[in-house]
Design a protein around this ligand. Structure first.
Ligand code: GDP
Ligand code: MN
Length: 397
């Protein structure tokens, strides 16, 4: 589950990670109140207005702006709240901004220069260990750094039985070119960050930038936090942070019905049982020249009710021009599934306006094909996998 920046910062702060202070506002009046409160708390007279959406690159899209007084806080917030924010990480239509985070300005002038670093905590799936990835090249797109100057990205792997060791935190601070008070601050920052990652059961933290202020404080200016869904039962308060407005509405509905559905860009709807077969089906559609419109695993019990729900979910995507049903009948017999498809089809009447190709393989596959062929419904029934993909191309042509 992904969080908004302000929620991520809340979690970080609760574990002692220093953050750029901020207060959420839903309209320009709340924004001005938030700014006043920040001034009381921190003494700041400049502010940053930050759009809260689940997408990075907000700065580039005009979703992060400096305000040098309360009037600017008001007018900038008014502009940003309600806008469709387009960033390199959103679709072309963008994401609606429902709220902004009003932050203290932390790039104030002082004795020394401010510096921006990159830092993330995530699982290295090859070694099965958590690692801290960091770079002196903060504030920029880390993919670009990885491409152009990969030697400026460092990683530190953490032994799960020992946790982050003091020397590792010092090494990170040292590699970032810090010394004196700033080095000590960074050691504290890294240690608190790793503790937060473990204790919150997160699967990813990305802090870009981590800022060294001109008075040598180290703080998180941005926070991208992904929580591990499987651990949410241990964190009821985090589970409540879920913002369904940020998620794909078809995926939300499918997941509520217990279907494992991921929306994709193509035009061939897929209904499959088992995640592995679903991946294989998507591959074959692509190899045959098509583009899958979704990933959908209906799970073990492909009865009429689930098949119907699956059809209805797939058809919510207007791009779908054909549906391929690819089911392996192992525990659930193919003729049972075939009956489910026929019943669902009859039940849905005119709701299905696209060709359906059904491939059932496994126990009673022949009986299943006969059942579908005898139903008189406009459903193409095939036995071989490749044949199914070819049929899809044929009906689309
Ligand atoms: P992102 O663009 O979605 O990654 O949003 P960030 O939270 O990283 O903000 C984008 C950029 O805004 C940062 O890289 C900073 O350069 C700038 N920024 C953030 N906070 C401040 C601030 O307090 N003062 C100033 N002057 N700039 C800031
Ligand atoms: Mn950022």
């Amino acid at each position: 589950m992904n969080l908004h920046e302000y929620q991520g910062k809340e979690i970080l702060s609760s574990f002692g990670v220093r953050i750029q202070r901020g207060i959420v506002a839903h309209n320009h009046k709340e924004a001005v109140d938030a700014a006043k409160e920040l001034t009381n708390e921190t003494g700041t007279s400049w502010y940053v207005v930050k759009a809260q959406v689940h997408a990075g690159g907000r700065g580039k899209g005009g979703g992060v702006k400096l305000a040098k007084n309360l009037q600017e806080v008001e007018s900038i917030s008014n502009d940003i709240i309600g806008m469709m924010l387009v960033t390199p990480q959103t679709s072309a239509e963008g994401k609606k901004v429902n709220q902004v985070l009003i932050c203290e300005d932390v790039y104030y002038p002082g004795e020394s220069e401010t510096e921006e670093y990159y830092m993330s905590v995530l699982l290295n799936r090859e070694t099965g260990r958590n690692m801290i990835m960091y770079s002196t090249e903060g504030g920029m797109d880390i993919e670009t750094v990885a491409e152009e100057t990969p030697h400026l990205i460092f990683t530190e792997e953490i032994d799960p039985s020992l946790g982050l060791l003091a020397f590792q935190a010092r090494k990170i601070a040292f590699n970032l070119g810090l010394s004196g008070g700033a080095l000590k601050e960074m050691v504290k920052f890294v240690s608190a960050l790793y503790t937060a990652y473990i204790k919150s059961d997160s699967s990813m933290f990305e802090i870009n930038p981590v800022l060294k202020t001109s008075d040598n404080k180290i703080m998180a200016v941005d926070a991208k936090v992904t929580l591990d869904d499987s651990a949410l039962y241990r964190h009821k308060d985090y589970a409540e942070m879920r913002d369904l407005r940020e998620e794909n509405p078809i995926e939300v509905e499918a997941n509520a019905a217990g279907l494992n559905y991921v929306d994709l860009d193509g035009n061939v709807g897929c209904m499959v049982n088992g995640a592995g077969l679903a991946m294989g089906t998507m591959d074959l559609i692509k190899q045959s020249g098509g583009e899958p419109a979704n990933f959908l695993d209906v799970g073990g019990t492909a009865d009429a009710e689930r098949v119907e729900k699956g059809f209805r979910i797939i058809l919510k995507d207007p791009a779908v021009k054909a549906i391929l049903v690819n089911i392996f009948g192992g525990i659930v017999r193919c003729d049972r599934v075939a009956q489910g498809i026929v019943d669902a089809y009859k039940n849905m009447g005119d709701a299905i306006q696209v060709p359906i190709i059904v491939r059932l393989q496994g126990t009673n596959a022949i009986e299943a094909k006969q059942l579908i062929d005898a139903s008189g419904l406009p459903v193409h029934s095939v036995v071989e996998f490749q044949e199914a993909a070819n049929k899809v191309q044929e009906v689309l042509a």
